[in-house]
Write a new protein. Structure first.
Length: 148
């Protein structure tokens, strides 16, 4: 089948838009029997490095939040009938990781992401993560804008 995706990646950051992308990713994974759904969360080090100097435990708290977020998504995907679920938490600049370095983390045929995410400041000054993914990804990209 020409349109069969084996490795589907959904980027999550806790935003409403990421939740919509996650729901769509479950549907796509279920339609692509035998595929693996990779749920990826990037801990943004461009912000946490300066904050970490002020709060020693900030990095641990941010990582724990990401782990809980991913475990919640894993549970939801499994309960929805997705049999192959992989979660990945990594550190870095989300725009760079998700648009250029994702294949270093997981195999990928399709990236699913929300149209926007949590970081409005980055969007204003340096462009959106989604825009970078669409421009630089070497695979298909599905940008989710609606819940349907």
């Amino acid at each position: 089948m020409a349109n069969h995706y084996q490795n589907i990646v959904v980027a999550v950051d806790g935003s409403k838009e990421a939740e919509l992308a996650f729901r769509k990713a479950i549907d796509v994974a279920k339609r692509n029997v035998g595929s693996t759904l990779h749920i990826v969360h990037v801990i943004d080090t461009s912000v946490s490095t300066s904050v970490e100097l002020l709060f020693e435990n900030m990095n641990k708290l941010v990582k724990k939040h990401g782990e809980v977020l991913l475990e919640n998504y894993r549970t939801q995907a499994t309960e929805a009938g997705v049999t192959n679920v992989n979660t990945v938490i990594t550190h870095g600049i989300p725009k760079s990781i998700l648009s250029k370095k994702l294949t270093d983390l997981v195999p990928v045929d399709l990236i699913i992401c929300g149209a926007t995410g949590l970081n409005a400041v980055d969007r204003f000054f340096i462009g959106s993560i989604t825009e970078a993914i669409v421009r630089h990804a070497k695979c298909d990209v599905l940008v989710v804008r609606t819940p349907e």
